[in-house]
Design a protein around this ligand. Structure first.
Ligand SMILES: CC(C)(COP(=O)(O)OP(=O)(O)OC[C@H]1O[C@@H](n2cnc3c(N)ncnc32)[C@H](O)[C@@H]1OP(=O)(O)O)[C@@H](O)C(=O)NCCC(=O)NCCS
Length: 212
């Protein structure tokens, strides 16, 4: 009897998967862990390994994310990263928080040209943005630092830094300020251990930077 089945013969599904996965079933690596591990393959240009990581991310989490997509440091996917679809050319900054079931995708005809002439078609999410579960960000959209996108929003326009937007199409409902920021602190697990005072001073600094 494999570990995981019961004496009465029940538990056959678990036993079967244990025979395939062994002890590995105890720890399912999250999307960000797999993406991080795959960066060696990206640096080596090893397409076969890249494809394998892409497939593994899909298989374990129902998420479409290529190791070639640019993610920053400590990007947090809710629940390990369930059912997200992330465009190959999206860019996600440092310490961004992403809910389950989000789409960062293209939108026909949506294109932006940067000052240096570079064109892009897919969303660019700046550091510390929060994207709620089920949200769709579609096209050449820039989401600013510390912007908050509510659950199930459909974002078709840029979201400035420190801005909260909700709905379909997304509309701005407030700005994050030193006066109201504690209401939003809990959205980022990144800040769980940060004191209220530290968080307020972080937002104060961000406010200053966003006006410069
Ligand atoms: C973005 C968010 C933080 C907004 O919170 P908020 O600033 O406190 O907004 P409020 O509750 O004050 O609502 C302001 C208005 O926006 C509307 N609203 C709030 N969230 C909304 C949403 N996700 N979609 C549509 N409308 C929304 C409210 O109905 C209200 O409308 P009204 O002014 O017409 O009455 C919240 O919607 C959200 O998405 N939280 C994320 C929660 C989450 O991800 N939890 C983990 C789940 S696993």
């Amino acid at each position: 009897m494999l570990d995981g089945s019961f004496p009465n013969g029940r538990g056959k599904h678990l036993s079967r998967w244990l025979s395939i996965l062994g002890d590995e079933i105890d720890v399912i690596p999250g999307v960000y862990q797999l993406w991080s591990e795959a960066q060696d393959a990206v640096n080596l240009g090893d397409e076969r390994l890249i494809r394998r990581y892409t497939n593994l991310i899909y298989l374990l989490h129902n998420t479409v994310l290529s190791p070639k997509t640019r993610l920053g440091l400590d990007v947090r996917f809710a629940y390990g990263g369930i059912a997200n679809v992330i465009h190959l050319n999206s860019i996600i900054g440092n310490r961004v928080a992403l809910g389950q079931g989000i789409t960062l995708g293209g939108n026909p005809g949506s294109v932006k040209v940067l000052d240096n002439g570079e064109k892009f078609y897919a969303p660019r999410i700046a550091d510390h943005a929060f994207i709620g579960g089920g949200a769709r960000v579609l096209g050449a959209i820039e989401v600013g630092r510390f912007a908050v996108i509510g659950v199930n929003a459909v974002v078709l326009q840029d979201v400035p830094p420190l801005t909260v937007c909700v709905g379909s199409p997304a509309r701005q409902i407030s700005r994050i300020t030193v006066d109201n920021c504690l209401k939003y602190k809990g959205l980022w697990t990144h800040f769980r251990d940060m004191s209220k005072e530290e968080f307020i001073s972080l937002i104060q600094q961000e406010e200053k930077n966003s006006y410069e």
